[in-house]
Ligand binder design. Structure first.
Ligand SMILES: CC(C)(COP(=O)(O)OP(=O)(O)OC[C@H]1O[C@@H](n2cnc3c(N)ncnc32)[C@H](O)[C@@H]1OP(=O)(O)O)[C@@H](O)C(=O)NCCC(=O)NCCS
Length: 190
């Protein structure tokens, strides 16, 4: 296990990533119930409100994962979340996922949030790589992940049924070596 008990606040130009607070839950419910979020995260049912209250109120106690709210600095509101979870002992890797509700999309927040949390993880743990899954019908998310340095690793064929069509899931990876090449580009370490 990687100890991720400490929940940082990370400030970028457009977003702040910070631990969840109880007043964030309504914003997260709105984001989670958004049609695009449901489609691209593969969720088919609405979450139970009680479950979500308990979920977000317990994120900061979790030692084996990192859940941070994404704050849009333009208006100081919660627009979504980044999550590092699912430690893989064999690969010494963890999984990354992100979701942003309608008000926060397509303004560069997702790209910045992805880069900030990946930088944090590689700078503060010895993980060898971060992995993620993205559906083939989500080119926007793929573009964001590519901008952060992730590359295609493998494909799970016909992973999701969506409106009668079978959708592939793409598995992407960001190795520490590739992250270092990007992070220290132009730096003396390169
Ligand atoms: C995916 C997500 C995190 C991206 O965050 P975002 O803030 O909307 O994205 P950004 O504005 O930072 O960047 C989007 C990039 O994709 C590009 N893009 C947008 N729509 C695109 C499309 N249909 N095809 C290809 N590229 C697209 C944009 O041009 C931009 O790239 P650029 O900076 O090179 O121009 C966010 O949109 C989201 O949460 N969506 C709903 C849930 C989801 O898809 N979660 C991910 C599940 S794997």
């Amino acid at each position: 296990m990687i100890n991720l008990k400490y929940k940082p606040t990370i400030e970028g130009n457009k977003v702040i990533l910070r631990p969840f607070e109880s007043q964030d839950i309504d914003f997260m419910v709105e984001a989670l119930e958004d049609k695009e979020v449901m489609k691209f995260t593969g969720s088919s049912a609405f979450f139970d409100k009680e479950f979500l209250i308990n979920w977000y109120n317990t994120r900061n106690e979790q030692v084996d994962r990192l859940d941070l709210a994404i704050i849009d600095k333009a208006n100081n509101t919660v627009v979504g979340e980044v999550v590092i979870n699912e430690y893989d002992e064999i690969k010494h890797s963890m999984n990354f996922r992100i979701l942003i509700g309608p008000g926060g999309r397509n303004r560069g927040l997702g790209t910045e949030a992805t880069i900030l949390v990946c930088d944090y993880i590689f700078l503060n743990t010895d993980l060898k790589e971060l992995t993620l899954g993205v559906y083939a019908f989500n080119p926007r998310a793929q573009r964001v992940y590519e901008k952060a340095g992730f590359i295609l690793d493998s494909i799970d064929k016909a992973d999701l049924e969506y409106e009668g069509e079978m959708i592939d899931a793409l598995n992407m990876v960001l190795t520490r070596k590739r992250w270092e090449e990007i992070y220290y580009k132009g730096d003396t370490l390169n």
